[in-house]
Design a protein around this ligand. Structure first.
Ligand code: SF4
Length: 749
């Protein structure tokens, strides 16, 4: 290599390194938050998540699903009719004696609220919890005008005193323990008595804030829902402070995003059923207040507490509803971000997210919003740069999809935003190099590391064709260091070992069942074909034992790898190619059976976004997860004694996150139990590996932290450990130093 070549290579590596999107600052921040806030966030979010499951069980999944379906219909309709509903709200609030102001952006909203406050000669303002006022930095705006602002929601009050930002959209101080809050309050307020219990803290806050509410000139609330036909606002709280803020001061300002409007009280019911159950796992919220401000009751005179009606001050009541746009109109016109506006801000997507459970909203969040849906909100109201700060923390595990009460496809929003972030980068020298090497459909500028992981199929093809040499080279320390430096692949992770003989090669020319019951295509996904062909072989043997003729065609990847990196154009190409290749088999009457759950989830969920409707539906109808198919065969009369029986053997089983979102965990358990295995299942949402996520240097500790929850459940077991996903088996083997196999290998003859 000449000196010039060496110089160019060094420059390339250095640029690649800086473009590899693995700033050490991110790694340090995540490490710090795991240590400082992780335990508390974990305890609280998991508690909410577990309670959510329990409350849904109480009313039954079917009823819960009916509410979700209806709630989504209502939001979709309301966003569609938004201009008309805004006009209706203007009229109804005016009829009630109030004023509606549409604020174009945050500055406009702040200015209006400041003018209203100054018009009321206000000195003190009290607020109830409102994410929209966080979004527009209302407190800072009013403080700059000399106003004294007090948060009256206990969680917000804690955050205000601590001068921190919220870590969760429902529980802003969720990252703080009771002991930390005691220390904070005692240092700040120097109370006469110790605040060393939750009750003492609550009583202190109630008295302290009560005095401020009594003396307030303006009360500011949010609005969970705005009812267009009556001009009423619905406030959902657990503390009742919002009602006080709305009704004690003479002037009430409600600040809400324009998307909070629903047509009438008729449409409120499903949300009333869903919101607390989804948020904190309560059957109903402590307070659901319906106000049609300005309220009728006379303003309170606290100087005459003994007189009827507290003296009945005759001060005029004033009400302003500030509807904030701040990017929402553009979101409404954006086919991919539009669903974000259906969000009712319950936080279930955060509580059900394994990464969020470990690290919380100070890492998994932007300027204002936290958790899964935060990417959509931050991209919409702040811009892509704000979303880029944390977008990669979504692994696409999809556990939030079933948790969301309005069925927002949160992983898709995260993927679309990731794609847009990729496209916003300037092309570099390495793009020229990569463009010649990889067959993807991305534009120059997509970060090198994303293209590496997104083109894993090409890497696997080359790795397999040159195995075992490729595996030996990849394990050399200088190579691992170079991969870490250039691509941010953590040296502590064992790399996948490629197999020289692929599943397709093994199956080529293999005799199959004569006169079969059914004809099957076993889809050789990238991991099964190149890395774990043994589970593919086991699937073939199992299906043949149950009377199926099995074909393993030489077809391409599902597109999961590029999609996970936000490379939508490449994923769409792969989806189209696979649909065309499998189309011939569908024409021949074959069913498609898939071993890797993340590949099946592509076909069942993401292909709906990537393919024409008829193509998607045909493939979706004909595709099955391997145990789902085996279960169906057994239910339809296939003989279980053709498979390997368990004879009471203990099995510890972890199903893949995307498999559970598709509702397919139960088939594996049912088949194993029918065959005589004693099955213990894990209840963690995700293994934490999630494809490439666990390999990335800045996320290694987070990935391990998430995985340890799974490892803890199986740690002391003498059962055989099985897991459905490649990532899951890799993570379990790394953390437990025990073999973890796909369950099909247990039951195959
Ligand atoms: S996206 Fe869904 S789950 Fe997440 S906060 Fe919004 S409504 Fe709740």
């Amino acid at each position: 290599m000449s000196e010039t070549d060496a110089g160019r290579l060094a420059s390339l590596v250095s640029r690649a390194r800086s473009r590899a999107a693995r700033p050490d600052a991110d790694a340090d921040r995540i490490r710090r938050l795991l240590a400082e806030e992780g335990d508390q966030i974990k305890a609280n979010t998991r508690h909410f998540n577990a309670e959510r499951y329990d409350r849904i069980d109480e009313i039954g999944a079917e009823r819960h699903e009916r509410y979700r379906t209806r709630a989504r219909e209502i939001k979709a309709d309301a966003i569609e009719r938004l201009p008309e509903l805004i006009d209706r709200v203007r009229e109804s609030v005016a009829d009630n004696g109030g004023t509606v102001y549409i604020a174009d952006d945050a500055a406009d909203a702040r200015e209006y609220v400041a003018e209203v406050s100054e018009g009321a000669d206000a000195e003190r303002v009290v607020k109830s919890k409102s994410m929209t006022t966080e979004e527009i930095d209302l407190n800072e705006g009013l403080e700059a005008r000399g106003l004294d602002i007090w948060e009256t929601d206990l969680g917000e009050f804690v955050i205000q005193v601590a001068e921190e930002s919220p870590s969760h959209i429902v529980g802003p101080s969720l990252h703080k323990s009771r002991e930390e809050i005691t220390d904070l309050f005692e240092a700040q307020f120097d109370p006469e008595e110790s605040l060393d219990s939750a009750q003492a803290l609550t009583e202190f806050a109630r008295e302290y804030l009560g005095e401020r509410i009594e003396a307030a000139d303006v009360g500011i609330t949010g609005a969970n829902f705005v009812l267009a036909d009556s001009g009423s606002i619905a406030l959902v709280t657990n503390e009742g402070n919002a009602r006080k803020c709305a009704s004690v001061p003479d002037t009430h300002v409600a600040v809400a995003g324009v998307e909070k409007i629903i047509p009438s009280i008729e449409e409120l019911h499903p949300f009333a059923e869903l919101i607390a159950r989804s948020a904190t796992g309560q059957a109903i919220p402590q307070y659901l207040s319906l106000l049609s401000p300005p309220v009728d009751t006379p303003a309170v005179d606290f100087d005459s507490p003994d007189e009827p009606g507290f003296g009945g001050s005759d001060a005029e009541r004033d009400f302003h509803l500030v509807l904030v746009d701040n990017g929402r109109t553009e979101m409404r016109e954006d086919d991919d971000l539009r669903e974000t506006l259906y969000c009712i801000r319950c936080g279930a997507c955060a509580n059900s997210c394994a990464n969020f459970q470990s690290v919380g909203g100070h890492a998994f969040g932007g300027e204002t919003y936290t958790g899964g849906i935060a990417t959509g909100w931050e991209a919409g109201v702040e811009g892509l740069d704000a979303a880029a700060e944390f977008n990669d923390l979504c692994t696409g595990c999809s556990r939030c999809v079933n948790a969301c009460p309005v069925k927002i496809d949160i992983p898709w929003i995260n993927t679309v935003v990731r794609d847009r972030i990729n496209r916003g980068k300037d092309p570099g020298l390495e793009d020229v190099l990569v463009d010649g090497l990889v067959p993807d459909a991305e534009e120059p500028g997509t970060p090198l590391r994303k293209r590496f992981f997104g083109n894993f199929e090409t890497v696997a093809k080359v790795g397999s064709a040159t195995a075992p040499v490729s595996n030996t080279i990849a394990s050399l320390t200088p190579v691992r260091r170079a991969l870490d430096a250039g691509l941010g692949i953590d040296v502590r992770r064992e790399l996948p070992a490629f197999q020289r003989e692929t599943l397709v090669e093994w199956a080529e020319g293999r005799a199959t069942v004569d006169d079969p019951e059914r004809r099957v295509v076993l889809y050789p996904d990238v991991y099964t074909n190149y890395v774990q062909p043994e589970r593919g072989k086991a699937a073939v043997r199992t299906l043949e034992a149950l009377g199926c003729a099995v074909t393993v065609p030489d077809v391409g990847g599902s597109g999961r790898a590029p999609l996970s990196q936000g490379m939508i154009a490449t994923a769409r190409d792969k989806a189209e190619r696979l649909a065309a290749d499998l189309g011939d088999h569908l024409d021949a009457g074959r069913d498609v059976v898939v071993v890797e759950p993340s590949a099946l989830a592509m076909v069942r969920r993401e292909y709906e976004k990537l393919l024409p409707a008829a193509t998607y539906e045909r493939l979706d109808d004909a595709s099955y997860e391997v145990f789902e198919y085996v279960y169906g065969l057994l239910e339809n009369g296939a003989a279980p004694d053709a498979l390997t029986a368990g004879d009471g053997d203990g099995v510890a089983y972890h199903s893949h996150c995307q498999q559970r979102t598709l509702g397919l965990e139960s088939h594996t358990v049912a088949v194993l139990e029918e065959l005589g295995y004693d099955v213990l299942t894990s209840d963690v949402e995700c293994c934490g590996m999630a494809g490439s996520f666990g390999y990335k240097s800045e996320y290694y500790e987070l990935s391990v932290d998430v995985g340890e929850s799974l490892a803890d459940q199986f740690e002391d077991t003498d059962r055989t450990v099985v897991a459905s996903g490649t990532s899951c088996t890799d993570q379990i083997e790394a953390l437990l130093a025990t073999e973890a196999r796909h369950p099909i290998r247990l039951v195959a003859p």
